[in-house]
Design a protein around this ligand. Structure first.
Ligand SMILES: [Zn+2]
Length: 300
């Protein structure tokens, strides 16, 4: 499980970007009866792949161990609920989804987002591995399958006549150890003319704003647009639009389609964000260079 290779391109990982020592798993809260026992600690080191520039942690625990009984209920955050409602209104307006569409959300949590499609009578399917959380969604009449999303699950759904007009994956990509399997699953599940939207915290903000507290064992990967584009491209998927949004310290929302789908043209936003990344990398690399020179000169 603790592989030494990049989870996207399988290049050997040797370059550490940030070393935060060792910590227990976050969200693995202790019971009173655990207090006299040893608590396991795991290394918290972010590697950067020198081939594809995916920033990533090595994996020490299976998703099953981390996510099967999860402590985070999305509906507890009223600002996140508002974000979800605004998104649903926007996406239904922009792409005209209706009663004949199917919306699938990967890691649908307690149904915090799909409830707004339900209200518009647009059919939904949530996929959520945490049984304790999926239970809440099901109780609220939100059609939910309790499982991890994978290529296999996507094939099963497709073989049962279920393909999506819209796939939503918010803040889940970072939690996925088998990245290629997950993205291939999106390709399989997405109708020919369907779209997927994906949100994740932007690596650029993590670096610029020193958001080191967003680094923990549940987050296996940290994404730039540049790297994520290559990941989707290798699965014949194409990013045709991107928005910079304020959630989680500054995130990206990507709009994705099949490469062979020519209905949507690629907006200028994609190039704008890529250019921003390029420019900022150069500045950051220079700042680091001068800081290192400065430390060196002071020492000597
Ligand atoms: Zn790589």
């Amino acid at each position: 499980m603790n592989t030494d290779n990049c989870r996207f391109c399988e290049n050997n990982l040797s370059q550490i970007f940030l070393d935060l020592g060792t910590t227990p798993l976050s969200n693995s809260f202790l019971h009173k009866s655990d207090l006299n026992n040893d608590e396991p600690f795991f290394p918290l080191q972010v590697y950067v792949c020198e081939k594809c520039y995916l920033f990533q942690l090595k994996q020490f625990k299976t998703p099953n161990e981390i996510f099967s009984n999860y402590a985070y209920f999305s509906s507890y955050s009223s600002s996140w609920l508002k974000h979800a409602e605004n998104y649903v209104n926007m996406i239904v307006d922009r792409f005209a989804f209706n009663q004949n569409s199917l919306v699938v959300e990967l890691a649908s949590n307690d149904g915090y987002l799909l409830q707004y499609f339900n209200k518009k009578n647009i059919p939904v399917l949530g996929i959520e591995p945490a049984e304790n959380i999926a239970k809440i969604a099901i109780e609220n009449n939100i059609n939910t399958t309790v499982d991890f999303f994978s290529e296999n699950l996507a094939y099963n759904l497709k073989n049962n006549g279920k393909q999506a007009d819209l796939i939503i994956a918010n803040n889940v990509l970072a939690h996925v150890p088998e990245l290629n399997d997950f993205v291939e699953g999106i390709k399989i599940l997405l109708k020919n003319n369907g779209i997927a939207t994906i949100e994740f915290p932007h690596l650029l903000n993590l670096i610029k704003e020193n958001q080191f507290d967003t680094i923990y064992h549940e987050h296996f990967s940290y994404f730039s647009l540049f790297t994520v584009m290559n990941i989707f491209s290798s699965h014949d998927l194409e990013i045709f639009d991107v928005e910079e949004i304020l959630t989680h310290g500054g995130s990206l929302r990507l709009y994705i389609k099949h490469k062979k789908n020519n209905i949507f043209s690629i907006t200028d936003n994609v190039k704008i964000v890529l250019d921003k990344e390029r420019l900022n990398w150069m500045i950051l690399i220079h700042i680091n260079y001068f800081q290192i020179r400065f430390i060196y000169l002071n020492k000597n």
